[in-house]
Design a protein around this ligand. Sequence first.
Ligand SMILES: Cc1cc2nc3c(=O)[nH]c(=O)nc-3n(C[C@H](O)[C@H](O)[C@H](O)COP(=O)(O)OP(=O)(O)OC[C@H]3O[C@@H](n4cnc5c(N)ncnc54)[C@H](O)[C@@H]3O)c2cc1C
Length: 396
Amino acid sequence: MAKTVLVVGGGIGGTMTANSLVSKLYEEICGDKVRVVLLTDTPWHHYKPAWMYVAFDMFFEGELKRRLRPLLRPEIELRIAKVDGFDFAASRVTTAQGERIDYDYMVVSTGCLPAPERIEGLEEAGDYFYRYEPARRLAEKLRTIEKGRILITVSFPKTPNVPHQCGIAPIETTLMLDEFLRRRGVRDGIEIAYTYPTVSQLLRNCLFLQRETCEVLPSIFDTRGIKHQRRFTLDKVDPDAGIAYSEEGAAENFDILMCTPPIRAVDAVIDSGASRAVDNEGWLPTDRATLQLEDHPNVYVMGDTADLPISKAGGSCHNQSPVITNNIAGDLRLGRTVDVYDGKVQAVAQMGLEAGMPLWYDYDEDVHPTPPTKLGGLLRKGFNRGIYWSVARALV
Ligand SMILES: Cc1cc2nc3c(=O)[nH]c(=O)nc-3n(C[C@H](O)[C@H](O)[C@H](O)COP(=O)(O)OP(=O)(O)OC[C@H]3O[C@@H](n4cnc5c(N)ncnc54)[C@H](O)[C@@H]3O)c2cc1C
């Protein structure tokens, strides 16, 4: 009987991994020894980073999503159903329709969800770009604001060493905001205040996660007249008064509160009971080298669901996917894993509306920031509009 490799989640991690498993295991698949099944809860694939462009009217919904089936190699069995139970001990998942699916190997790539409800007043008063509809609502506010104060806040997971989604996104959007308001001719009447929490976890009391970036960021913000404040851990928000309070005792007023909200794993992952993350955040305990789920070596975890100390980013999935593929192939053919993940993440940061900055880092080495350039901006545009879809197909 063919062995089943089940991939759960049709976002960037799951899509590229299902495709690369077919390339790697082609012989076994043609010989009916292996089948690759992708199980996900929607027939659509979203290019999620484009949601931040939605907030600046640069992308519409139809441009950032595609049907999943044509992105997949024909050998992949695609099943659309929501997983509502993971039984790692029995190597089985159950779906919301009551179906049971057994597997020999599983890859979990179910992502994470914004959870603004975890901070008092944030759901009512906060605007964010980490989903399509909230980004659209934010776009309407940014399109019409004439004067006032835009406050930027960043909330980290409470689990130590687990960063917020896409480490660079709050900086990218702050710089995009500055340029967007200048283009509109209203920047002089609007104060932009960027804040960052005390627990930035890898490095304390900075404006970003990593040392070198922290060193260059204040001067970039200063030249653009962007106020910045460290040690602002969002505690609660008073929506009526338009005031955000920090755990450190500060109060900041706002007309628009552009936030990076708390995040959590999806319900089925939290309910699996396998997580040891604090505050019921649900991150799965993942071996930082092999990417296997702790105590369950036939399960691999990737992307936003993992408890790894690296950015929850597509650029992380891009480097985790080949490791997982190699390790499943190694186990099938040799009875052991053969590859290790070094924490590598790469991206092209959007530094304003036109410029871009390529960056990469890993477990041991931080980002070395370079001056943003228009060439970098062109690279980012190329990624947004084309290269991404080749990455999803596991061609790049
Ligand atoms: C605004 C924004 C900007 C970003 N910018 C960047 C960037 O510039 N560079 C970068 O590298 N990354 C960026 N990211 C992060 C990147 O999008 C994520 O890290 C990446 O999508 C994570 O991939 P994933 O496969 O783990 O999860 P996802 O892509 O979220 O996919 C999860 C999939 O699982 C499915 N699913 C969920 N629950 C279930 C269930 N119970 N049963 C079945 N299926 C389920 C979902 O429908 C989805 O298809 C950004 C994200 C956002 C929101």
